[in-house]
Write a protein that binds this ligand. Sequence first.
Ligand SMILES: *[C@@H]1O[C@H](CO)[C@@H](O)[C@H](O)[C@H]1NC(C)=O
Ligand SMILES: *[C@@H]1O[C@H](CO)[C@@H](O)[C@H](O)[C@H]1NC(C)=O
Length: 442
Amino acid sequence: MKGAVSFGLFSTAVALNHNKLDHVPQHALLQDACPLDSILRDGQCHIASTTPSEITFKSNITTSLDEARLTASKQANFPWTFWPKCFSNNETPEPYCLFSDQSFANGRGIFIVTTEPLAYGMLQKQAFKNPKSLYRSNQHANPPFEQYEFPIKGRGLVANKTLFRGDQIFASTPLLIADPEAYNLVEPERLELMYLGVESLPETSRKLFWELLDHFKGDPVDDRINTNNFEIVVDDVSQAALFPEIAMLNHDCRPNAAYFWDEETLTHYVHAMRTIQPGEEITISYIDSERNSAHRLRRLERNWGFKCSCSACTAHPALVAESDARLHHITEIVEMLNDWTPSSSATPEMAEAMISMYDQERLWAYHATAYKHAAEVYSSFGKKYEAIKYARLAAEFGILDKGFNDRDVKEMMKMASEPEMTWSWNKRVGLKKGGCGCGKAH
Ligand SMILES: *[C@@H]1O[C@H](CO)[C@@H](O)[C@H](O)[C@H]1NC(C)=O
Ligand SMILES: *[C@@H]1O[C@H](CO)[C@@H](O)[C@H](O)[C@H]1NC(C)=O
């Protein structure tokens, strides 16, 4: 039995009762609106005890966006431009709703299809609470690239000035954030939320959405999202997000740019990972490109419907095999470096060899990992300045690939300033001394 619910769209529906408020600590706005002993209803505070608490949603109401806008505008300090529309059924622990804010990010707008607690959690991020935090986001004028139509693979972005490692290519807020769990709704209801969402975007953003390419032959909205979305995480929950400008970047398994998502500014950043010359295509990796060629081919074909055409996939079989062997060798070295038992054979030379293999593979977007291993192994032998050197490199590459709030990045920053204070410091020195101490094999 499915029940279409609309988020208290008409006046008799009590959108929130006391219990609900208790469950949703992020509901600051509505919480602030009324004294503790009362609830918000019809835009006014009512003493809680006099209101029926069991009616949370009113079912089966179809309204136009215009009506939803009107309802929202009548509510003082309502955070969304449109009154949310929701659906639920037996499979959904909570209703999934469409939340849309046209004023987000200086008028770029955003729509969010998820549960009420998750959406109100997003409202607590700097991006909503402090619009000034978005001063770097969505500066899409005068970019360092031009759109280019490639013969077979289609459009892509080509640098029109020299970019150096760390140069920002994009910082964009999503047009939409969609909860994959919303697939628990029946198809027509989920699609209704998505279509209304696209309709609810400001005109410029709506146009950007429809200009996106769709690789599959299904529903036009779903196809554009499935083809172009990035997985992001907000409050430990995985969501799909769409950044139409960034979606123009093509895949390469040896990309020259990397991206990360910043949860506070709800912004996706793309930076150059090495020098990119004018005339060179700017690329990112859609997949984990540290995996071997067969794995890469399968993933790309299955998820995006294209054949991996980057040089590391299309080279002579002998070269592809050599590349796969290097990737395998990297995995083996990582395993040895991760061994912190007394019998570990880890040495700094292993880390140096691994970094050399990353260079050889042109895996610029992944160097942070190699540098971190090197910093740790040097630190473990009490080699202060080698540890600092690689910690600095790991921090820089890590920020570009994992973001400035990443745990590894913070750890590397700490090691760069005080290697003696990190967990790995001298950890292997004691082992060698405690063991043979003579420098000879046992
Ligand atoms: C909801 O609407 C559908 C179609 O309009 C109808 O078949 C169904 O009976 C309605 N359900 C309720 C609970 O009113
Ligand atoms: C690069 O191309 C963009 C258009 O995509 C243009 O706005 C920008 O001015 C160009 N930059 C240079 C340095 O030519």
